[in-house]
Design a protein around this ligand. Structure first.
Ligand code: PMP
Length: 431
């Protein structure tokens, strides 16, 4: 595959952008080689600067559940842009999107829109602290909640990929307010509550983890967190930036039937434009400025283009779409597991709905410790073989792959065939 233009662009980028990128995992450091520069996306496919085409399982890291450049989303954007790009005032689309979100997520009695998942989680935590008068939060090792100081403690995603789950530059005084528990380990959470009685504002969790690769919650784990939070007067925050509208239309809270106090959203609600949101119980949300004492604001929050793209995307999310996504994703996961077994490669495929990860390990992956038994060198070799075959996977083993409604049955078959060849190659390679 010729990647000359991409190589040139990356060489240029490294002279002006830090590491050549604006988000670390894009640099391909854990999988080797240079990043590929994309110029266009259509449906399940992306085209790079050299004209190569790839079947895309990143989907802009989750937002593109209906695929690239869906005609309804593009039309909504054209219509919105003709009326103006930003007003910095109130506008109708933010009201419409809020109503639509609430229709799918009834636990979000009141909502605040922001511009990214990071902003959503930062806002939610400040609100939880303001509401409870407590400073400490509990998070889970390997979960990623954006790059806010409080969350860069045993963080997943890029922080984990680069071996920096605890970032430099986070004041010790801030980090010490973040308590870390093992995912899927309720006794561990109970112990933290016992040792920090009356000091915990909230437990924040990715209800299905995507950021150490996909790790589903054990049965009753989420319900157990709900009970512990109730018993100790702490708020339960579901970070559904990735899982919202993804694992089900109503997110993980609908799928598992557990109602959090606060929810953070991002990715799909922006339809590919920069949007985040947090919301929950009205009596807590009403503590936010201008009604209450917890401050939060944003120049571009509720931006009409972002609201239009989000609204157009949410309108496409029918029960039929989820049924088709489930069937395609199950077929892909089964095909990958069979391909690994046939090639003699130890592997686990974790999947919830259209999020999945192929881990190179013989252990069940249920938490960070087991996720880290994955053979990242083997993944890197697999990634490169797949890229060469025209299948674009997340460039780290600690990430979720996303199937979109635009992936056809043929696309899934092509992917499985490519994986069969790649896994045979990975097995034979001297790693
Ligand atoms: N929370 C979760 C669960 C995420 O997956 C992410 C991003 N991958 C974030 C928060 C942060 O979102 P953003 O990158 O939009 O700031």
């Amino acid at each position: 595959m010729n990647n000359e233009r991409s190589h040139e662009l990356f060489a240029r980028a490294q002279r002006t952008l830090v590491g050549g990128v604006n988000s670390p995992v894009r640099a391909f450091r854990s999988v080797g080689g240079n990043p590929v520069y994309m110029t266009a996306g259509e449906g399940a496919w992306m085209t790079d600067a050299d004209g190569n085409r790839y079947l895309d399982y990143v989907g802009s890291w989750g937002p593109l559940i209906v695929g690239h450049s869906h005609p309804a989303v593009v039309a909504a954007l054209h219509e919105a842009i003709a009326r103006g790009t930003s007003f910095g005032t109130c506008s109708a689309p933010e009201v419409e999107l809020a109503e639509k979100v609430k229709e799918f997520f009834p636990s979000l009695e009141k909502i605040r829109f922001v511009n990214s998942g990071t902003e959503a989680t930062m806002g939610a935590i400040r609100l939880a602290r303001g509401a409870t008068g407590c400073d400490k939060i509990v998070k889970f090792a390997g979960c990623y909640h954006g790059h806010g100081d409080a969350f860069l403690v045993k963080a997943g995603s890029g922080a984990l990929t680069f071996g920096a789950p605890d970032s430099a530059g986070v004041p010790a005084s801030v980090a010490q307010e973040t308590l870390t528990a093992r995912f899927n380990d309720l006794p561990n959470v109970a112990e933290l509550f016992d040792n920090n009685a009356g000091r915990i504002a909230a437990v924040i969790v990715e209800p299905v983890v995507g950021n150490m690769g996909v790790v589903p919650p054990a049965p009753d784990f989420l319900a157990g967190l709900r009970q512990l939070c109730d018993a100790h007067g702490a708020l339960l925050i579901f970070d559904e930036v990735m899982t919202g509208f993804r694992v089900a239309r109503g997110g993980a809270q609908a799928l598992y039937g557990v109602r959090p106090d606060l929810t953070t959203l991002g990715k799909i609600i922006g339809g590919g434009l920069p949007v985040g949101a947090f919301g929950g119980l009205a009596k807590i949300m009403d503590l936010l400025s201008p009604l209450g004492p917890v401050y939060q604001a944003g120049t571009l929050s509720g931006n009409p283009l972002a609201m239009a793209a989000g609204l157009a995307t949410l309108k496409l999310l029918t029960p039929d779409l989820y049924a088709a996504l489930e069937a395609k994703s199950a077929r892909l996961a089964d095909g990958l597991a069979r391909a690994a077994a046939a090639a003699g490669v130890a592997a686990q495929v974790n999947r919830v709905g259209s999020m999945l990860t192929l881990f190179f390990t013989d252990r069940a992956v249920t938490d960070l410790e087991s996720a880290q038994t994955t053979d990242t060198k083997r993944f890197a070799a697999f990634f490169r073989e797949m890229l060469d075959a025209g299948v674009y996977l997340p460039p780290s083993n600690y990430e979720a792959w996303f199937v979109s409604a635009a992936h056809s049955d043929d696309d899934i078959e092509v992917t499985i065939r490519a994986a069969e060849r790649a896994l045979r190659g990975v097995y034979q390679a001297q790693l």
